[in-house]
Structures are given as C-alpha cells and as structure tokens.
Design a protein around this ligand. Structure first.
Ligand code: COS
Length: 381
C-alpha cells in the first residue's frame, strides 16, 4: 500500500517547522551569512522546539522523531537558512552512531545531555588525507589498559568548535584498513584535544567546520561504540540513515530559490508583460518544479526505508545526489531568472546558490554517492 499524504501529526510538525523558519531563521539568515557568527539565540529556540535533539528516542527523554519526521523538518529549516539548518541537522548526524551501536548506558549518558540543555555534538570522520577515502583514516587510537590514547588530526568537523562531545572515527589497527577502524565518544574536555580554527567558507557561513588535533588524548575504553574494528561499518550505516536529511536540505534550498524566482517572474515586466510569459523562463520554472517534487519523493522514500529498517544505501545515495544537485541547479537558475538582481545581495537567491554548493560536497560528495549507487546496482540491489 502506498500513501502520499502526511499524517495530521506530520502536517503539524511541518507547519511548526515552517513557522520556525519564517519567524526565527529567515529574519537573521543574512546577518549570520555575512558575519559567520555562531547563532546562539536561534539554537536556543531550536532546542526549545525539539529540533536539536529530535532523534533522541523517547526512552532517553527525547522527542523520538523518525527519519521521515526529520526530513520533513529539515526541508523547512533549510528553506529558512541552509547554514543554520546544517548546525541543527548535524546534531542528528553526530548521535546516529550512538543510536546504531551505543549500549544502553552510553545512550543514557550521552543522548540525555542533548535533552537537558541546548548542546551540540559533532561527527568526526574526515581527515586531511582521508576525505572520500574514509577507510584510509590515519588518526590512531591505541588501547592501553582501560583507555584509548588518540593521536592525529581530523578536519571539516561540522559543529566541532561548539560541540560538547564528538563521535570520532579512528584507526585502532592500521594493518586492517577500513576493518581496523573504531568509533569512540570523545568529550570536548578531554586533555590533549585541541580545536583548530574554523573554515572560512563561500556559503553556509552560519555553520561551523573545524579541525580537531589529538595529542595523546585519552578516553575510557567504555567510550568505544560497538566493537573494535566496527568503526567504518558504523560510519557507513550512519551515512545511509542521515543522507535523507541532507537531501531534505536540498529540497528546502531548492524550494526557497524556486519560490523567489516564481514570484519575480510573475511580477517583473519586460517588453510589456511578465517575464514568465516567455517560454524560456516558464520552462525553467517548470523544470524546477519537476525536480523539487521528485527530490522530495526520493527523500521521503530513503527516510521511510530507514524507519522501516530496510537497507537503503542505494536509495539514500540517490536521494542525496538528486536533491542536492537539484538545489544547485535550481538556485543557479533562480539567479539567472532574477538577472542582475539575482546576483546582488538585495535578494537571497545568490546566498542559496552559495549554500547549495556545500550540499553537493558534505556527507559524501555527489561523486562518492554515484560510486555507492554504482556498487549497489552492480550487486543487483
Ligand atoms: N553498510 C554496511 N556496511 C558497509 C556499507 C554500508 N552502507 N558500506 C560499506 N560497508 C562495508 C563493506 O561491506 C565492507 O565490508 P567487508 O570488510 O566485510 O567487505 C567494508 O564496509 C568496506 O567497504 P568498501 O570496500 O565498499 O569500502 P571502500 O573503502 O571502497 O569505500 C566508500 C567505500 C567510498 C563508499 C566510503 O569510503 C565512503 O562512503 N566515503 C565517503 C565518506 C563520506 O561520506 N565522507 C563525508 C564525511 S561526513 S561530513
């Protein structure tokens, strides 16, 4: 049985998230884009609304939202401001390894923190020389008695500068490659851990990506998620689950750009009539509408599969690729429809265009997504 309508509860969630985007995010999105400041008042309100901790299960005091709920909310938040959305969404990314592989005690300890206060967590997989090749990580954790001693450098760690704790992926047995990696929970206060400077970016400037440096940083063995050697698998399973939330971000950015372009095309008069009367323009808008609808359906499908514990490596990669490529294309075309106005900071479409670019890069570049899709279809999935 296939249904295409949201439940009353999901419609309410969507309406609330849209109101949040309109009232709390849009009015300040240009400010945080220009300054790159960390938006404390926005995140305080996001926590009050339950968005920072939405994936924390009810058993641990959280709202216990599903991935489909998360996708519905993320579309609206990204419509409001993609940079602010990324900070909020990345909390879900950071805790998913704990949801997947954490013990009951680890869940109680770490997930409940996000429920009690507006705190951030950060997922840390990428390294300066191990980005797309995540299995090639060299950040090392050596077991010595009842601690792991961590040495190495991580990068592009979203929320890293403001996180209370990290879900860190590192090598515990370099001789075993991807199979020798492990996932650890690392508190920010760990001696030997230093946070580097934030990346100065072209878009999504409200979000924070930093380097982490580990020099003989010790964490208890009790902070290991799952078993030693399971780190890469936990990371891959995490990304399968969370890529739908990135896809939803793509839908939100695309929709935001499309709405402005549509409104502009209907009201901008040239040669005596609105520019939407030109087929060259109206077909661009039609293509936008097609791709936004398709992106949303793919996103919901990938999220729904996670919620129903169906392996979705292919579908989540497809949704992320299609929706974020759509965001880039739609935002670029929106700038084109607005012409000189589109290129100016008087309108938000130039921001959407800069913001969209990062969606095609983080949580696995869209080239890596195609690699995942290709591997899956080769295997007959
Ligand atoms: N679920 C469960 N297991 C998975 C998996 C998944 N989605 N994907 C891979 N695995 C398993 C494989 O089955 C394999 O297991 P075995 O050792 O038992 O054979 C193991 O993991 C290694 O898989 P594979 O050989 O496919 O790994 P590769 O090194 O070829 O890398 C890609 C695969 C490129 C897909 C991976 O490195 C990747 O996703 N890179 C991008 C990382 C990324 O998204 N970075 C952004 C960071 S988040 S901001």
């Amino acid at each position: 049985m296939i249904g295409f309508s949201l439940s009353d509860e999901q419609k309410q969630l969507q309406a609330d998230a849209h109101a949040f985007a309109v009232e709390v995010m849009r009015p300040v999105s240009r400010h945080y884009d220009l300054t790159g400041e960390w938006a404390v008042p926005v995140y305080q309100k996001a926590w009050e609304a339950g968005y920072l901790q939405s994936l924390v299960p009810k058993a641990y005091g959280g709202p216990g939202k599903s991935q489909l709920d998360e996708a519905i909310v993320c579309e609206e938040l990204a419509w409001g401001c993609a940079g602010l959305y990324t900070s909020i969404m990345a909390n879900g990314l950071a805790i998913t390894p704990i949801l997947i592989a954490g013990s009951d005690q680890q869940k109680k300890t770490w997930l409940s923190k996000l429920v009690e206060a507006p705190l951030f967590a950060a997922f840390s997989l990428s390294e300066p020389n191990a980005g797309s090749d995540a299995g090639g990580m060299t950040c090392r954790a050596e077991k010595k008695g009842d601690v792991y001693v961590i040495n190495g450098t991580k990068c592009y760690c979203t929320n890293g500068g403001y996180a209370d704790f990290y879900t860190l992926f590192c090598s515990t047995d370099p001789s075993r490659g991807a199979r020798g990696s492990s996932a650890l929970i690392v508190p920010r206060s760990t001696p030997g851990l230093t946070v580097g400077k934030a990346l100065d970016k072209m878009g999504q400037r409200a979000s924070n990506q930093i380097e982490l440096h580990f020099e003989n940083a010790e964490v208890p063995v009790a902070n290991l998620l799952g078993k030693e050697g399971m780190g890469f698998i936990i990371a891959m399973k995490t990304l399968d689950q969370t890529r739908a939330a990135v896809a939803a971000g793509g839908v939100g950015v695309a929709r935001a750009a499309y709405e402005i372009a549509l409104d502009y095309a209907k009201t901008r008069i040239q040669f005596g009539s609105p520019i939407i009367m030109n087929q060259g323009v109206s077909f661009m808008l039609a293509d936008m509408a097609v791709k936004i609808e398709a992106s949303r359906l793919l996103t919901y499908q990938a999220a729904w599969m996670t919620d129903h514990q169906i392996k979705n490596s292919k579908q989540s990669a497809i949704s992320k690729t299609f929706a974020t490529d759509t965001a880039m294309e739609v935002a670029t075309d929106a700038v084109q429809i607005l012409g000189g106005n589109g290129y100016s900071r008087e309108f938000l479409v130039e921001k959407f265009m800069r913001d969209a670019k990062l969606l095609q890069i983080y949580e696995g570049t869209n080239q890596i997504q195609r690699l995942v899709i290709a591997k899956e279809i080769q295997q007959g999935n």
